[in-house]
Design a protein around this ligand. Structure first.
Ligand code: PMP
Length: 341
């Protein structure tokens, strides 16, 4: 890689993972606070998951779990799959992705376009069932000797955020910030950042943004794990269990955000700030704004844009989908003015 005054010249696209820019929110009211967004959507695979994909593969190379030309297996239809597909193709590994069959076709096509071997499995069975997608992935790895990535239990996942995302944020903020807002899917981001800030700047508050229906916000706010689990449409964050690698002990405050609030925030982010972000970024922005607007003095706050919004164009950015879901009011019959204005 060669650094120039106009940006780096990369030897390989993988060198473009990390060192993502930040943008200050300037047209949305953040109360007395300054709110900054770390644009993880600028990673080559389009999401924050590029960092952990690379870290988990490099760790397996070092430990000998992954040999040159070997096979990688993971159970995911989300951004981790896309990150692994990008990295596996560049590094010459075979990749098997096990995907529950309810997943959007676009995501499956995207994985296949990268050359991944996509195995569809049943969506209607839970953990412990032999056809549950994570069990299928683990079995394939055991039977073939492939490397099972297992982002929910792989310590290289939080480590990637402790050693890259955390130091980047701290330096970009000029070592002057008060709070950080993130979501939890695997928990890698929030765990790694908690560990980094515990050492570098323990005064930085770590705040969880959670979709309403997930158990995590209640767990942070009450210490109890509720039995009842709801459902939500926001993708990539919220859980009905606490993943093995997820450490929420430094998270003292959590906001539960409805789908409607998340989608409205993501749509506002695009219109007002020009940032095309995914639905989890809407949840995180909505939580960050709640926090900022409740402050009585100026605080410097960092939140995340976790992935690009392109894959949500036919969902939350589509007014008709929003009408059908009841998130936007359908205009009176025959009145299409607000659709074309
Ligand atoms: N946003 C999106 C869109 C994601 O795909 C994920 C990961 N599932 C996250 C946020 C949360 O990241 P983490 O796994 O580090 O908790």
């Amino acid at each position: 890689m060669k650094e120039t005054a106009f940006g780096p010249v990369l030897d390989n696209v993988l060198e473009g993972i990390g060192k993502t820019p930040m943008v200050k929110v300037s047209n949305i009211d953040a109360g007395p606070c300054e709110l900054f967004l770390k644009l993880e959507s600028n990673n080559p695979g389009g999401s924050i998951k590029d960092r952990i994909g690379l870290a988990m593969i490099e760790e397996a190379e070092k430990s000998g779990k992954l040999k040159p030309g070997g096979t990688i297996v993971e159970a995911t239809a989300g951004n981790t799959g896309l990150a692994l597909a990008l990295i596996a193709a560049q590094k010459g590994y075979r990749l098997i992705i096990v995907v529950p069959d309810k997943m959007a076709q676009e995501k499956i096509f995207h994985l296949k376009a990268f050359g991944a071997d996509v195995r569809l499995t049943r969506s209607d069975v839970g953990k412990g069932h032999p056809e549950y997608y994570q069990d299928v992935a683990q079995r394939i790895a055991e039977e073939t000797g492939a490397f099972y990535v297992n982002q929910f239990g792989n310590p290289a996942n939080p480590k990637a955020h402790e050693t890259t995302t955390g130091p980047e944020i701290w330096a970009q903020m000029g070592e002057d910030m008060h709070a950080l807002v993130a979501g939890v899917g695997s928990g890698g981001t929030i765990t790694g950042l908690s560990r980094f800030f515990e050492k570098a700047a323990p005064h930085v508050e770590i705040i969880l943004a959670d979709p309403e229906g997930s158990i995590l916000a209640d767990y942070v706010n009450t210490g109890q794990k509720p039995n009842a689990v709801g459902s939500w449409l926001v993708e990539g964050i919220g859980e009905d269990f606490i993943p093995d690698i997820c450490d929420l002990s430094r998270v003292k405050r959590a906001y539960a955000v409805t789908d409607r609030e998340s989608f409205e925030a993501a749509r506002e982010l695009l219109r007002r700030e020009g940032v095309l972000a995914g639905s989890s970024s809407g949840t995180i922005l909505a939580a960050a704004l709640k926090y900022c607007r409740a402050q009585s003095e100026k605080k410097r706050v960092v939140a995340f844009v976790c992935d690009r919004g392109d894959k949500y164009l036919s969902k939350m950015f589509n007014d008709f989908w929003m009408y059908d879901q009841g998130f936007l009011k359908r205009p009176p019959k025959g009145d299409l003015t607000d659709l074309i204005s």
